[in-house]
Design a protein around this ligand. Structure first.
Ligand SMILES: CC(C)(COP(=O)(O)OP(=O)(O)OC[C@H]1O[C@@H](n2cnc3c(N)ncnc32)[C@H](O)[C@@H]1OP(=O)(O)O)[C@@H](O)C(=O)NCCC(=O)NCCS
Length: 198
């Protein structure tokens, strides 16, 4: 299997759709609440990737291709902003109904992240279930960190695979707090993790 990494700005429209569908699997609360279904997230993703300054802007995506297929996506931002109403705009522009939870997920996750994260941070990372445990997550994260001296990310405490990957790449857990959970769902514990070049 030949694995290469490319910047999201180089992806075709259909590859951006595949990247959006994959990122839907990152988290069981945030993306289903904001985007409804993986298919819909894929459809609106090229629009999001085209907005300058948006966290999902193409240049913020680091993508692993395995024999040409989209196998993993990391979204890494620097001081990114999120304009409220962006998800609604994206769905409207694509002629799709806006998911009922979109505004809540935006306010309590995307806007919150944009306000509270500064410097370099990893917003999300997902490897396709077809390609897991083959080193792709580590390739993406190592590649992302290669020109950074410091970076942060958040990880669900209940996600041992991601915690192990982040620790293997040099991140340490520096704080724990309640993360985003969809309306009516119980709170989830999130770890804030910090990477510092030694
Ligand atoms: C977490 C995730 C990105 C890991 O990607 P991956 O490509 O499978 O990980 P890698 O093969 O690069 O694994 C690197 C190291 O991470 C750790 N790791 C990865 N998956 C693991 C698992 N299921 N259980 C325990 N450790 C795991 C191991 O230390 C592994 O090294 P090893 O294979 O030599 O033991 C992937 O499981 C995924 O996409 N999960 C769903 C989305 C998600 O949870 N994203 C993170 C949100 S914070």
């Amino acid at each position: 299997m030949k694995i290469i990494t490319v910047n999201g700005a180089e992806l075709s429209r259909s590859e951006l759709v595949a990247a959006g569908e994959l990122l839907f699997l990152t988290d069981e609360e945030i993306y289903p609440t904001a985007f409804g279904t993986a298919e819909n997230m894929g459809k609106v993703f090229p629009y999001l990737a085209s907005i300058k300054g948006n966290m999902f802007e193409g240049k913020n995506l680091l993508v692993a291709k395995a024999d040409g297929a989209i196998a993993g996506v990391l979204v890494g931002c620097r001081n990114a902003k999120w304009a409220p109403g962006t998800v609604e705009k994206a769905f409207t522009a694509c002629g799709l109904p806006v998911p009922s939870g979109a505004a809540d997920a935006e306010k309590h996750y995307f806007c919150y992240e944009a306000e509270h994260e500064s410097g370099d941070y990893v917003l999300c990372l997902c490897v396709s279930p077809l390609f897991r445990r083959q080193g792709i997550g580590k390739i993406l994260l190592t590649n992302y960190l290669s020109d950074k001296t410091e970076a942060t990310l958040e990880c669900l405490r209940s996600n041992p695979a991601a915690m192990a990957l982040y620790e293997a790449c040099g991140f340490v857990n520096i704080a724990e707090y309640d993360g985003y959970s969809a309306p009516g769902k119980p709170c989830v514990a999130v770890c804030k993790m910090l990477y510092k070049l030694q």
